[in-house]
Design a binder for this molecule. Structure first.
Ligand SMILES: [Zn+2]
Length: 421
């Protein structure tokens, strides 16, 4: 890398100003933000994105899925390939101010530095603010539309319900058809990079400043409905009843043991149960049970899935219940590009920052992109591992370090791209 590039750093003050303005949109009393997709606060944050991009002299675009872009033509020609730098401006309900927002302000700042220093790269740069990463409507909506992995059926049965989806699309002036039109030609993409908070404690525990993400864990879910018989809770003896709660609760306890003993490093979660009829004097006839599972390894994910199904069937048999099984979908683990990881490591070492390889336990837009181009993610430490909560906090020095690693990774990718080895 020539000397003019090795001296480049982000403007920390300017990035902090951006970050603080952004945190005001949907600010909650406890220091967090509430910016569900296409809520008034989210729409204001989106306006801010466009204003900042215009002010910095970038081209501003949006696509049919509502993804917003700020483009810097620093490549050899306007039609050159593009390196995407992304994250998201939506939040979970009553979430934290760092999740997504940090990646956007760091990406915007990186483009400003490249522009101000008249750096030429072998590709153009594009900051992209993805629609509905968190799943108010669908989850990874914008990135899966862009990568072509979004199925129309997903829009017909969205996580947040049809009504919420329709309302959200109306607020943003987009339609189901326009969402599916947002698919991009992968040949136009050099890669994808994202800076994000870790949302866990591994970096802090290892006293490392930078996480180099190796893979975004795969995830799947099932709804198991245990079916017994409603009876009088006082007159039916314990041995005579077909109690759906026994199967559901026994499953909740046994899947944790199953994962701990048989699948170290994987996670399972029983996130919800609904009892019907749901009265304390009636033996539960139906209990719907939502079970989610995750792993960084595709083979392990499949084995874990098979074991969960087997466990659910065994619990139903044990209590003489019927079992209805409904899949909530499955995403395979998404490995990050080794070449991009090498560029991130090179950047962290140049800045003398301790780095650590990590699997991401949380889902991210990078998993959509990994299917169509080389993708990489940079993590910075989360105090107390807290996220999706107003307690979410990352020291500004860590944010600044992460942004400098992002900028330098862009430059490294440019160097490797122009001097193929
Ligand atoms: Zn996020």
């Amino acid at each position: 890398m020539d000397k003019s590039k090795t001296d480049l750093f982000i403007n920390s003050e300017r990035m902090k100003d951006d970050f603080e303005v952004l945190a005001e949109f949907g600010a909650t009393g406890e220091g967090g933000v509430h910016r569900p997709t296409f809520s008034p606060a989210h729409l204001k944050a989106r306006d801010w994105f466009r204003d900042q991009a215009h002010a910095a002299g970038f081209e501003v675009k949006s696509d049919g899925a509502g993804n917003q872009s700020a483009i810097l033509y620093c490549g050899p020609e306007p039609g050159s390939k593009t390196l995407l730098l992304g994250s998201h401006l939506d939040s979970v309900p009553n979430g934290g101010r760092f999740d997504g927002a940090l990646g956007i302000v760091a990406a915007m700042e990186s483009l400003r530095i490249v522009k101000e220093n008249h750096i030429k790269l072998p590709f153009n740069l594009e900051v992209i603010d993805f629609t509905d990463e968190e799943g108010t409507l669908v989850g990874l909506l914008g990135s899966s539309a862009l990568s072509g992995s979004l199925a129309r059926e997903t829009l017909h049965n969205p996580r947040g319900g049809r009504e919420a989806l329709q309302e959200g699309l109306n607020a943003a002036g987009i339609t189901e058809d326009s969402i599916l039109s947002a698919r991009r030609d992968p040949h136009g993409l050099t890669g994808y990079l994202e800076l994000h908070i870790e949302q866990g404690s591994r970096l802090l525990n290892a006293r490392a400043s930078i996480g180099v993400v190796t893979v975004v864990n795969g995830i799947g879910s099932y709804r198991f409905t245990f079916v017994g018989r409603a009876d009088h809770a006082g007159t039916t003896t314990l041995t005579d009843r077909l109690d759906a709660a026994q199967g559901a609760c026994s499953l909740a306890l046994s899947v944790r043991r199953l994962a701990l003993v048989g699948f170290p490093g994987s996670t399972v979660n029983v996130g919800n149960m609904i009892f019907s009829p749901g009265a304390f004097n009636i033996v539960p006839e139906r209990v719907q049970t939502w079970v989610e599972y995750r792993s960084s390894n595709s083979k392990v994910l499949n084995q874990l899935e098979a074991s969960l199904l087997e466990r659910a069937r065994a619990e139903a048999r044990r209590f003489s219940l019927e079992l209805e099984i409904e899949s909530g979908g499955k995403h395979e683990p998404s490995p990050m590009s080794e070449a991009v990881q090498a560029c991130i490591i090179e950047a962290a070492e140049k800045l003398s920052l301790k780095h650590l390889p990590l699997a991401s336990g949380a889902g991210h837009d990078a998993q959509s992109l990994a299917g169509i181009c080389p993708a990489g993610m940079i993590f910075v430490p989360s105090e107390g591992g807290a996220s999706h909560s107003p307690r979410e906090f990352t020291h500004w020095e860590d944010c600044q370090n992460g942004a400098n690693v992002l900028l330098r990774t862009v430059l490294n990718m440019g160097d490797h791209d122009s001097h193929p080895s």
